[in-house]
Design a binder for this molecule. Sequence first.
Ligand code: ADP
Length: 193
Amino acid sequence: MSVRLILVGPPGAGKGTQADLLCESLGIPPISTGAIFRSHASSGDELGKMAESFTSRGELVPDSVTNKMVAARLAQPDAAGGFLLDGYPRNLPQVAALDAILEDAGTHVDAVLSLIADDDEVVQRLLGRAASEGRVDDTEDVIRHRIELYHGQTEPLLAVYRERGILVEVPGMGTIEEVAANVQSELKAFLSK
Ligand code: ADP
């Protein structure tokens, strides 16, 4: 199915997992800016080192870098028939950058899925993940800072997309399977409108 989606949600809401499940069923590639930064960081290249100097503090990587990286990724052939962006856009300037990228390509976003989760729950999940996976940006202070940034910088996007009539809100609490079912049913209901 050719569909262009954005998945938004607080850190720890399970975006990556839900992105992969949904993409599998729709046959579109998930594009996660966080995962791309982590893969550069683990290969130790310049972009990776630079990104990690921000991600390890829970700061956003500068827009100039992120926007260029996303533009290049969206120009890859596998994204021509649709995609799901996970973790991008994350602030209002990135919304404008994405609008420009897609306008140049003659396309647009079909739907923005917003996972609704509560702060206490996501902090607990992230601390659990920090213990098991040891991600450098998963210490308690850094986690709190990432959540603050989410409320301050990322949440304002929701109003923009709501205004455009493409925001789809999805209850994000519960098991992976429950949330995946919510994602599927809300998206299906929206796209068949
Ligand atoms: P989470 O969903 O747990 O917050 P991500 O994997 O989406 O984690 O992102 C990890 C980190 O990568 C972010 O905290 C941020 O530092 C950086 N990052 C990811 N996406 C962006 C973006 N769109 N703009 C700037 N920085 C980003």
